[in-house]
Design a binder for this molecule. Sequence first.
Ligand code: MN
Length: 321
Amino acid sequence: MRDFFEELTKSIKKYEKIILMTHSTPDLDGMGSAIVFSEILKRMNKDSVIVAPKNLINKSLNKAINYLNENNLVIPFKYEEMIDGEKALLIVFDVNNCDFAEDENLLKRIKDKIVIDHHSKAIRKIDGNVCEYIDEDKSSVVEIVTEYLKYENIKLDSSFYTVLFAGLCNDTYNFNFQTTPLTFMVASYLLENGADMRKSREFLSEPVDVMADRYRYIKDNVKIKEHVYLCIINDKTCSNITVAKLADEMLRFQGVNVSIAMGCGKDGEIFVSARSNGDIDVSELMRKLGGGGRTSLAAAVLKDKTLDEVKEMLEKIIKGE
Ligand SMILES: [Mn+2]
């Protein structure tokens, strides 16, 4: 990581304009990291803009943004069409798949790119031609950005540490997944420097009706085979986040080694999310549906299919038919 940090600092110094971007429908890890990075750049006397999200439906992230605004921190959002990409450096966080970036147009417009991510490398990978750091063993991008803060010896207002801490909790599902000793070291660093755990919990807490709804689908689970369970949101359209959270929650139950959730998006696409305790590689399962991910966390999006059809496909794949 140190070699990359050295390279990163060197690269940043060469550019006048720096543009930060994360994945579409951003979350606390990707956007939280981008926001904090923009603050790091300020300390390095570099101006930056963050590509404004077209879809800000993540409530936890919204709460974090409001909290920063209340602390008089203005986030330098700018819409893609307003961004002058001439001689700029684009830093991409928490995504390396061209299809999932906030703005693919910008990827084409700006030649010089740095990618910082913890997802497996996509087939249509964003080319981090300046330098890149993609490590699947990192729980989150927050982990990498916090290490960079330490490397550069930069101290920020504690509200930023709160946002980073929440991003860490978000991606590890409260230290349940992908968590390594480094994750705890990063968490401890953020708390020591004033991250507010109570605030972070507030960002991540959900309304009672949302939680109750989630348990309704869990109650109607389908057991595909021993230790492999499927939950289906079949009575309304939903977002990929809702599906992911359902899969997260289902894995917490006794005897569930693999949990899969699915639902239909408003454009008719089918979102599938899979989680594993590590015994089974769910990225392989999701790859068979055209998706991808990591051993314990993977997803796929299918077009022109019904929930029933995808369910059947899943059953066949899992039973090895
Ligand atoms: Mn992430």
